[in-house]
Design a binder for this molecule. Structure first.
Ligand code: G3H
Length: 214
């Protein structure tokens, strides 16, 4: 299972979380990635943790003020990027363009989607992974694997029907090791989570709890 911690724009210390994630990953053997704000990518990558961008724009070098250039996040130390997060939705053509952009510097990709139908469409664009996240459960206390297990199973089936090589993650409300195990048992290859770690008083303890049963 891959555990990807999205720091969103939460007022946490990205270095504290990154150092904790690197330690927990080293000690547990579980792959743990951290996706900080773009401005924090270099500092987070310097901790040695697997570092992901929260977004890359569907652009090349040029006159694109305010964009997040894939080459720039890779130069900053990111090895992967999320695309089309529920809080940063893109048009289909722009998801495709962002995937093309991510491919230039060799970033891994996960395309987020609301439901199995969107998962199938996202998988058809050829990302490394897709992530199903029901928007209404994001930031809540109940894990998607508990509140809506069928959506995870259906997303796994939908992606496999299009391309079996595309991994499937799930996210929303995941905050405990039990949640991660439940996601695993539903067929997910990884989990995408945020508030359970970014808002925790002790991020390292939260991460240790997440990977403990794996
Ligand atoms: O990117 C992470 C997801 O939106 C899940 O967020 P959450 O763990 O706070 O529910």
């Amino acid at each position: 299972m891959f555990v990807l911690v999205n720091l969103k724009a939460y007022p946490c210390d990205p270095i504290e979380v990154a150092e904790a994630a690197a330690t927990v990953s080293d000690e547990s053997g579980v792959d743990v990635g951290v996706a900080p704000q773009a401005a924090d990518l270099s500092a987070v990558a310097e901790t040695g943790v697997e570092t992901w961008a929260q977004h890359v724009s569907p652009v090349e070098h040029g006159s694109h003020t305010g964009s997040t250039l894939a080459e720039a996040v890779a130069d900053a130390g990111a090895t992967g990027t999320m695309i089309n997060h529920s809080e940063n939705r893109l048009k289909l053509a722009d998801i495709d363009g962002s995937l093309d952009a991510a491919a230039r510097p060799g970033l891994e990709t996960v395309v987020c989607a609301n439901n199995p139908e969107q998962i199938a469409a996202a998988a058809a664009l050829g990302p490394d992974a897709v992530a199903v996240e029901p928007p209404e459960l994001i930031g809540g206390d109940v894990s998607v694997a508990t509140a809506d297990p069928e959506i995870v199973e259906d997303a796994v089936d939908a992606a496999a029907a299009v391309d079996e090589s595309v991994d499937v993650y799930c996210g929303a409300g995941i905050s405990t090791g039990e949640d991660v195990v439940a996601a695993d048992e539903l067929g997910a290859d990884g989990v995408l989570l945020a508030s359970g770690v970014a808002k925790a008083d002790d991020p390292q303890a939260a991460l240790e709890d997440l990977v403990e049963p794996l």
